[in-house]
Design a protein around this ligand. Structure first.
Ligand SMILES: [Zn+2]
Length: 426
């Protein structure tokens, strides 16, 4: 089905109530408002020629989602790994203890489960952080992710960020660990240096290694309620030193919300100047942060509205799914967007439109690609049952059709049966 017409579909980004979209050879060939006379004649001719058409009435089209921050290796371990306190500290400790009991096969099955569900919801790109260590268990997770990356290429494209920390020696001197990372097809280096006693030295080491291999940097930064935790300031210095603009991403940035507005704005300005991407992870932060607050319990998410106000590149990621860090979720970015809307006061029409950019075009940019619904661009989209952004966020419809790389890659349906008086089966 290389050439086809999608009729009467809602296209929010183009401010068209309904449009006709012609896809030819995997690209958007023509996009026209559905109400014009030209469109009427066009569809009549199309149908008389018996060409293929998809009825898009009551559906909305978006570029496929990019989930820019996940943890495939940890997904669906909630039953095996408890977290009684609900804190980040206990989640990390308990997961590390359970890690040696995981097999590569079981890990791959859990990864496939999340990948399949994410594709079915409309995700076309995903970046996963994978725990990498000097022991055998660390290698298993990376090997599993590397195989999954090949298995899903073209359906759900995967970037792998190797999360390192607590190393016996710096990565730049750790030839054995370097070999493990580089032999597993990684795209970047990550970690959570703010948790380390030698935070700045760890950041220096990661940048030195990444720049020597032209790898991306994607760090868990300042996932803390303490306003004095500011590893982002040292990250900014290293981006300047290594000219790592547009190759560096900082996720979480929770402490920005805890500090005074002036201090936070100054850091955001420097991030924008150095073209450092920001990612907010609302689901995990709402669960893990603010646990020690005795009153006015904090949301724990970063200052999303401040980033938006300054036109910074910021995206929303799903982070952990059904594991000790976050017990819920199943890879649907529409649900993650709704959580981000609640967590960050994103309720105006303008902010809701920006929210959809934060799960589509913005994270695609961080991924290093473009994905827009424009004539001449590659057709890479999800059709979602429901009309317009507010209805989709409210209804969370399961009806989705996903098209990538010149083919339909997934379809899921929403089925509703209401048994009213008079048609109840006795
Ligand atoms: Zn994370």
């Amino acid at each position: 089905m290389n050439n086809f017409l999608i009729k009467n579909v809602c296209v929010p980004g183009l401010d068209l109530d309904e449009a006709h979209i012609v896809i030819k050879d995997g690209r958007y060939d023509t996009i026209m408002p559905a109400v014009s006379n030209e469109a009427l004649i066009f569809t009549q001719n199309w149908e008389e020629d018996n060409k293929k058409a998809v009825d898009g009435r009551g559906w909305t089209i978006f570029p496929t989602f990019t989930d820019i921050h996940t943890h495939l290796d940890k997904a669906f371990t909630y039953e095996q790994v408890p977290n009684y306190s609900g804190t980040l500290r206990e989640a990390i400790t308990n997961y590390q203890s359970a890690l040696p009991s995981f097999t590569e096969e079981a890990m791959m099955e859990r990864m496939r489960r999340l990948m399949d569900r994410a594709v079915s919801y409309g995700t076309g790109r995903m970046r996963t952080h994978i725990n990498a260590g000097e022991d055998k268990a660390g290698n298993i997770a990376l090997q599993a992710a590397s195989k999954i990356k090949e298995e899903y290429r073209g359906i759900l494209d995967l970037q792998i960020i190797a999360m390192v920390g607590n190393m016996s020696q710096p990565l730049t001197k750790n030839i054995e660990l370097q070999d493990v990372l580089l032999s597993n097809n990684i795209d970047g280096i990550g970690g959570a240096p703010h948790l380390s006693e030698s935070c700045n030295e760890e950041i220096d080491d990661l940048f030195a290694f990444a720049s020597s291999r032209d790898l991306l940097i994607d760090l868990h930064a300042d996932e803390q309620d303490d306003p004095e935790v500011r590893s982002i300031c040292h990250i900014i210095k290293q981006v300047k030193k290594y000219d790592y603009q547009k190759k560096t991403t900082a996720g979480h940035l929770c402490s920005l919300s805890a500090m005074e507005e002036e201090a936070a704005f100054s850091i955001i300005d420097e991030m924008i100047q150095e073209q450092i991407y920001a990612v907010t992870l609302p689901a995990a932060n709402l669960c893990l942060q603010g646990r020690d607050d005795k009153k006015n319990v904090r949301r724990g998410t970063t200052r999303v509205t401040s980033f938006l106000k300054k036109e910074a590149v910021i995206a929303v990621g799903s982070d952990n799914v059904n594991d000790p860090f976050h017990p819920f979720g199943d890879g649907d970015m529409l649900l993650t967007a709704l959580i981000a809307a609640y967590a960050n006061h994103l309720t105006s029409q303008k902010d809701i439109s920006r929210l959809f950019q934060m799960i589509t075009t913005k994270p695609a940019e961080i991924f290093g690609q473009t994905n827009h619904i424009q004539e001449g661009e590659k057709a890479d989209f999800v059709l979602i049952e429901g009309k317009g952004e507010i209805e989709l966020l409210s209804v969370q419809s399961g009806g989705r059709k996903v098209y990538r790389n010149s083919r339909w890659v997934s379809e899921r349906q929403e089925t509703i049966s209401v048994w009213k008086k008079g048609n109840i089966y006795a």
